[in-house]
Design a protein around this ligand. Sequence first.
Ligand SMILES: [Zn+2]
Length: 216
Amino acid sequence: MNHTEEELRLLICDIGRNLFNKDFIAANDGNISARLSETEILTSPTGVSKGYLKPHMLVKVNLQGEILEAAEGYRPSTEVKMHLKIYNELPEMKGVVHAHPPYATAFAIKGESLDKMMMPESVIAMGDIPLAEYGTPSTEEIPDSLIPFLGKKTAVLLESHGALTWGKDVMSAYLNMERLEYTAKLTFITRMINGERELPQNRIDELVALRSFYGM
Ligand SMILES: [Zn+2]
């Protein structure tokens, strides 16, 4: 779907509100971006609660992270580097979401990927959710930690930090974040009731075959 810049700005603000209301981010954490054109990215600014984003606060940057347009007092997060890694390496990807959802982040802190194939929708939509190696925020370490997953995954846990998702549009990137946190929560709950139970391999194979019908 092609959005106008105005629509995209509103959508990013909506997504920020959802991330905030779902407790996927605390205070000024997290960031959201969307590809506006081949070379222009709209991103949420740093130092602002993403629950209270307004369209004019968003910052426009190029693929190198240089500011093209920003209202006074707003600048991109240093975490925008991991978004740019996705946009630079994967031209078909048009949205990236970074958050610290509590269940997913707990697994990220533990250093455990989410690889149990327990329910159909998650197997079809996402498969396993790997863990990207720890990196210091704002350095090139986090973008580099994504390299093994580019073109293979659209959701990863960031070790001892949080989660990053991307997609063919910013809405899909957001929905991938919802699914990632749901998977983490379900893994936690099933473990609490000693109920972690994977689907049999032949059932997993059937679901993987269904992915093509869903355009994945
Ligand atoms: Zn973060």
